[in-house]
Design a binder for this molecule. Structure first.
Ligand SMILES: [Mn+2]
Length: 436
């Protein structure tokens, strides 16, 4: 209300979406609505009236027939107690309420579903979705202590689920069996929603960045990449671990893994308020390029390998992303927008602030679509030893990802590495005991 004092503000929550026939998709609340209201039910709205400094939550009116099928849903008295709004009313009274308030205002701020559903009731000349969404992005970037606590709890459950997956994975299993372990652990902890579909990628599949088939065989000698995270009250966690399907990493796997792990730890050590995420990304590109040079897979001056983007053949994504109610949160609204200081494209350019939560997730992959692309082979023939890199097709890739809270001084790692180990010796010890 302070940020947008000139207008009436209406934010609609999500509505149930049909899957087929009369069966709905599992409902997950809209993130902006969840940020403002905390209510996870469908068919709710929030109305903010800055002139009268009044907030109202509108809840779905449920008829008796509905209760037969759905059971108890929170009523007005209960919602008043749960969500802390000045007023709670039924959603069917919203059009009348809007008409009554319209005279005091020249502007109407609405999120897209609210604008779609209530514009006819509100014949405002100035209807504004973008300013509202921008204000919400601005607010959501810096996390409160309560928000950080939710992210942390989601992270603790995810770390335990990663450990369980690391203990239960066996050669001869299918990827979905490991997914069942991870997803099941989260559900067993009372967290029914995951922040995103779990990526369980064995062997060569780890080179598919958003792999989701999850049906291949786990083979001894391969590694398994697990990128997965639970969600608590909408707050995400996002953790990746890569570990051997057998007891030990091979010598080559160990070499690639160490480069990624050293890069990840060095990036985490650099985190502090004021750091530009673009600089951190370039730092990670440099470290990974030097690692590949030491393996004889790349040649030439490190700056050149970064500026020409040759390193993107092996590291085709960013160092991380902000995280909150969305696993890939926005970057804090237009007020925080910074120009990219580099000549090549970087998606995540932001000055880190205390209260930001972000992932740090460098990776190295051997992706056939990139390494066998004739144009790329011509362009990078002096920087990449393609004949050697080809021998790694089928190797897959390594990614290591933790969630970090920026604060004054060193960042706080929200991923418990004792629960979900990432050091080679700790992973091998865990695998040795698991397979004994
Ligand atoms: Mn991530």
């Amino acid at each position: 209300m302070r940020r947008l004092p000139e207008g009436l503000i209406l934010v609609s929550g999500g509505a149930e979406a049909l899957r087929n026939g009369d069966v709905s998709h599992p409902f997950r609340q809209d993130s902006d609505f969840l940020y403002l209201a905390g209510a996870e039910e469908a068919g709710f709205h929030v109305l903010l009236d800055p002139k009268r400094r009044q907030s109202t939550l509108f809840i779905a009116r449920i008829d008796a027939g509905h209760k037969v099928w759905e059971g108890k849903v929170p009523d007005i008295a209960e919602c008043r107690r749960l969500y802390g709004f000045d007023r709670v009313s039924y959603a069917d009274s919203l059009p009348r309420r809007l008409k009554g308030l319209r005279r005091g205002y020249r502007r109407f701020y609405a999120n897209r579903p609210a604008s779609r559903n209530y514009s006819a009731v509100l014949p405002f000349k100035k209807r504004d979705c973008d300013s509202l969404l921008d204000a919400l992005q601005e607010l959501r970037a810096v996390k409160s202590a309560a928000e950080t606590a939710s992210i942390r709890k989601a992270g603790q459950v995810s770390a335990r689920a990663h450990r369980a997956a690391m203990e239960k994975a066996r050669p001869g299993m299918r990827e979905y069996e490991v997914q069942a372990v991870f997803d099941g652990e989260c559900l067993r902890a009372g967290l029914p929603h995951l922040a995103f579909p779990s990526i369980v990628a064995a062997g060569a599949n780890a080179a598919v960045l958003h792999y989701r088939r999850n049906d291949a065989l786990l083979k001894s000698g391969d590694m398994l990449l697990l990128d997965a995270g639970a969600e608590l009250h909408g707050y995400a966690s996002d953790i990746t671990r890569t570990f051997p399907v057998g007891r030990r990493f091979s010598a080559l796997q160990r070499e690639v893994y160490s480069i990624v792990l050293d890069t990840q730890k060095a990036c985490i050590a650099k985190l502090k308020p004021g750091l530009n995420s673009a600089d951190l990304h370039v730092f990670s590109m440099r470290m990974l390029a030097e690692g590949l040079k030491s393996m004889g897979l790349m040649t030439g001056d490190t700056d050149g390998l970064v500026e020409s983007e040759a390193i993107r053949l092996f590291y085709p994504h960013g160092i991380g992303h902000l995280m909150g109610l969305d696993v890939h949160d926005g970057t804090g609204g237009s007020g925080r927008k910074l120009p990219n200081p580099f000549k090549f494209p970087i998606r995540f350019v932001a000055k880190l602030e205390p209260g930001f939560v972000l992932t740090i997730e460098p990776g190295l992959y051997f992706i056939e679509a990139l390494l066998n692309d004739p144009k790329k082979r011509a362009k990078y023939r002096t920087s990449v030893r393609f004949s050697k890199a080809e021998r790694f097709l089928g190797f897959g890739g390594v990614r290591i990802e933790d969630d970090l809270l920026i604060r004054e001084g060193a960042a706080l790692n929200l991923t418990d590495s004792r629960t979900a180990p990432k050091e080679i010796s700790e992973i091998e010890e865990l695998r040795r005991r698991a397979l004994a």
